[in-house]
Design a protein around this ligand. Sequence first.
Ligand code: G6P
Length: 478
Amino acid sequence: MKLIIASNRLPVYAVKEGDSLIFKQSPGGLVQGLSASIGTILEITESKDYFWIGWPGETIEEVNQERVYEYLLKTLNAIPVFLSKEEMEKFYLGFCNSTLWPIFHSFPSFAKFKRDEFERYIEVNKKFAETALKILDDDDLLWIHDYHLMLLPSFIKKEKPNVLVGFFLHIPFPPYEIFKLMPKNMRETILEGVLNADLIGFHTYQYQQNFIKTVRSIFSIEHDIKNIYIDGRRIRTDVFPISIDFDKYNKAEELPEIKKRVAELKNLSHNSKVVLSIDRLDYSKGIVNRLFAVERFLEKYPEFHKNVLFIVVVVPSRIGVEKYNETKEYIDSLIGKINGRFSTIDWSPIQYLFKNLPFEELVPLYILGDALLVTSLADGMNLVSKEYIAANPKGALILSELTGAAEDLRRAFIINPNDIEGIADTLKEALSLSKDELFERNKIMVEYLKKNDIKKWTTSFLEELSQCTPTKKPIYLD
Ligand code: G6P
C-alpha cells in the first residue's frame, strides 16, 4: 500500500534567481505540519512508500520541467503538477483565491464569480487527478488537502473506486446562507466533488456543522450529527483541529543560535514591552483592525509611549489578487500614519517587516514578544498562536474569537477583532501581568499543545480513514 498526499502546494516552491531555479520552504501551516509528520504517517498507515503531489509554485518553463520533476522526486518523493501562467491566473489567483477564499471566509462582497475561472478550476483538478491516477493502485490511500482540490475526490472515484480517499479542509466552511451566494452550478459541483471522499475533516465542530447543514439544504439527503447518507453510502465527517510540532518550538529556546539572537533583539528593543504579530498578507487576518487598536492603545495609554514596541510582520502572499494589493496599501498607509503621529526622534511605536521569516528568525521573535496579537476576522485555525505559546509559555496570547484556535486555546485573552476599544484595554491588561502570572495562566494550554501536537492530528485523521470502507461507485447528485 502507498500513501499519496495531494495539496496545491508542495513543501517547497521554486523561485527564479537569475538563470537558475532555487527551492524554498513553502508558506502556510498545511505543508509545514504535514512535512513534520511524514514519518508518523508512514508508520500508522503501514505504507511502504508515499508520494506528494502538488504545484511547485512558479510557472516552470517546459525546457526545465523534466529537470525539476526529477529533482523533486529524488529529494522529496514529490511529483510536481506544472501549471501554465494562464492556469495560475485563473485557477490559483482566480477561482481559488478570488472566489472560494472570500466565500469560505465570509467576505462575500470580495468574491468574483467568473465562469472561465471555474472551468479552469475543473481542469486543474483533472490535471491533479491524471497525475495521481498514474501512480494510484487499488489498495492505496489518498489524502487530499484544502479548497484548491475539492473536485479531486470525484475524479479519482470515477476511475478507482476502491482507493480510500480522505479530504481535509484547512479553512473555515461558511454558513449555508453565505455558501449559497455562489452560483448553483459552482456550489453543487463543489459539494458533489467533496462528497466523493470517504472521510471529510474540519478544524472545528462549527465548520463541520455548517457543511452538513449546507449539504442538507442543497440536496435534501439524510444525515446525522457526523454522517451523510447518499445512495446507501455513508460519508463520514469529523473534527480534527490541526496543530504544530510542539517539541520543535518548545525546545527551540535551548538552541545556542536562538539564544544569541534573542539576546541581540532584547538589546535592540531597549527592553521595551514587545507586542508581536505575524500573518500572511490577507484581509481575513484583520491586520487593519489591529492597527486601529494599536492607535487607540497609544492614544488611551500614553504611559506606554517609549515603553512599547509593536513588531508587525506581514508575509507577502497572493500578490496579483486585487483585494490583497488593496489590503497591503491600506496597511502601509496606516502604519505610516500611526508612526508619524506618535514617533519621537528616538522611538517609533511600530516596526514593520514585509517578508517571509525563516524559523531561526521567527522563533527569537516569539521568545522576545511579551504578547502576540491575533485579530483575524476569520481563520481556519491560526497556527501562529499555537507556535507562540509553545515557544514562549510566559507570553500573553491575545486571540481573536473568530479563529479555529480560540476553540483549543481557551486561556488566551480572547478578543473580538471588531471591538477596537476592547483590544486596546486587553493589551493594557495583558502587558501588566508578570511573566510568572502568565506562565501559570498558560500552563493548561501548554499541556494541551504537548498532548495534541501535529502527530496526534495526523494519526487521528488517518486512523479514522483506515476504518472507512471505500465507496464502490462515485456519487452524482442532482
Ligand atoms: C492557507 C491555506 C493553504 C495555503 C496557505 C498559503 O493556510 O489553507 O492551503 O497553502 O494559506 O497560501 P498560498 O496561497 O501561498 O498557498
